[in-house]
Design a protein around this ligand. Structure first.
Ligand SMILES: Cc1cc2nc3c(=O)[nH]c(=O)nc-3n(C[C@H](O)[C@H](O)[C@H](O)COP(=O)(O)OP(=O)(O)OC[C@H]3O[C@@H](n4cnc5c(N)ncnc54)[C@H](O)[C@@H]3O)c2cc1C
Length: 403
């Protein structure tokens, strides 16, 4: 048992790395222990479906901090260790190794895991998911010229993988249950735009089709059955979303409902425990509602906020969500939150590949997306939550800063 209990951070991903950095930046002088079940120190996951997967970025470039950063900042790092349970009464965590560590403050940054597909054959060799750096390395090895790649799910990761596989010369089929890719987030018009982008790059995009079986021979995948067709495959990736890693929190009796429930300062129902990043379902004061966000920017900002709060600082979860994607020659950023927009306003001409889209509800801008137009996302962020007439939003003659 540690003689000097301080802050323990469980999970060593992007959110956790930002918690420990923020604790030290904000003058926290207690002990800090960072415990992660992966062998690597915290790294960024976006490159795993983009530049790292495509061989354009090397392994060293994905890490959040340099090798010696943790010791330099007096942080005890335990990589390759799993936290098995939390005893809230005793204020301890027990590791899978049996070691027990005492905490004064505990941060849960356990992230999320890929959802599995519940069909026969899902466990065959050659059927992958993508979450960890090793997964990306396996895909990189399998994305070879002429390989037949079947992607199940046309979400962000599925579409980024489709682009990476096509760029590697693979024959790519994407199977999606919904009538359009990304339809729930983008709505019909822009979901259609992404569908066309992929078709223009010879992705065989099959929509409104349900996978019933993954077939194989000798334990290795050979195809995917969907609808009444069999799609031949050398490699299959299941990209059907992620689920928050809430098991520890639930077993410890914390409030959990599609994520660990936290307030706007990221505190759980136990005042000594916080949750951040993909696993946290937090009260967002800008939106006036609880949300769980599975994005890079959120992991960084919530990590920084929790570190500051624990160190005695101010701040709350008061920002609009942000994310980005890169697919073929399309790069975009999206800011805001629009789960039920009644109007999508386009500024510019979609056919040029450079435009801005606004999601508007009751005359109020809820979200905006800049496609291949850069250095405008802060301006778009400033427009969210404001009432602006659609014809003004669409008018490229009015600068964004004057809307
Ligand atoms: C391939 C890929 C591409 C992405 N691309 C984008 C993008 O383009 N744009 C964007 O905005 N977002 C993107 N994201 C999402 C973004 O990476 C995540 O939102 C972010 O990684 C969340 O960080 P986190 O620290 O909350 O969780 P994670 O990164 O999942 O880290 C959690 C860590 O905790 C560990 N852990 C869990 N339980 C335990 C335990 N009991 N004991 C010890 N350790 C534990 C996990 O193994 C993991 O290492 C992408 C994600 C993936 C997988």
């Amino acid at each position: 048992m540690a003689t000097n209990p301080g802050c323990i951070v469980v999970g060593a991903g992007l959110a956790a790395a930002n918690v420990v950095e923020s604790l030290r930046d904000n003058g926290f002088d207690g002990s800090i222990t960072l415990i992660g079940d992966e062998l690597d120190r915290p790294y960024e996951r976006p490159p795993l479906s983009k530049d790292f997967l495509q061989g354009k970025a090397d392994r060293d470039s994905v890490f959040v901090h340099g090798q010696s950063w943790y010791t330099d900042h007096d942080i005890t790092a335990r990589f390759g260790d799993t936290v098995a349970s939390i005893d809230r009464a005793a204020q301890t965590v027990t590791l899978a190794t049996g070691d027990t560590l005492e905490y004064r403050q505990l941060v849960l940054a356990t992230g999320s895991s890929p959802r599995r597909l519940d069909v026969p054959g899902a466990e065959l060799a050659g059927v992958h998911t993508l979450r960890r750096i090793g997964d990306s390395e396996q895909l990189r090895a399998g994305f070879t010229d002429g390989a037949r790649v079947v992607l199940i799910g046309a979400g962000w990761i599925g579409l980024e993988l489709a682009a990476a596989a096509r760029l590697a010369g693979c024959a790519v089929t994407v199977l999606e249950f919904a009538p359009l890719p990304l339809q729930r987030v983008l709505g019909d018009e822009l979901a259609g735009y992404f569908a066309e982008l992929h078709r223009a790059h010879q992705v065989d995009l099959r929509l409104g089709i349900g996978v019933t079986e993954i077939v194989g021979s000798g334990g290795t995948v050979t195809g995917v059955r969907a609808g009444d067709e069999l799609f031949d495959a050398d490699l299959v990736v299941v990209g059907v979303g992620a689920k928050p890693n809430t098991e520890l929190a639930k077993a410890a009796g914390l409030e959990v409902d599609n994520g660990v429930l936290v307030d706007e300062r990221l505190r759980t129902s136990d005042p000594r425990i916080w949750a951040v990043g993909d696993v946290a379902s937090a009260t967002n004061t800008a939106l006036g509602r609880r949300i769980r966000v599975e994005h890079w920017d959120n992991a960084i900002r919530q990590g920084k906020l929790a570190g500051s709060v624990i160190a005695g600082g101010s701040g709350s979860f008061d920002w609009q969500p942000y994310f980005y994607t890169d697919q073929f020659d399309l790069g975009m950023e999206y800011v805001g939150y629009a789960d039920a927009a009644d109007q999508v306003v386009i500024r510019g001409d979609k056919s040029t590949g450079e435009f801005i889209a606004f999601w508007v509800n009751d005359g109020t801008v809820r979200a905006a997306m800049n496609v291949n137009i850069w250095d405008v996302n802060d301006d778009l962020r400033a427009l969210t939550g404001r009432q602006i007439a659609a014809d003004r939003l669409a008018d490229t003659g009015i600068p964004l800063t004057e809307l």
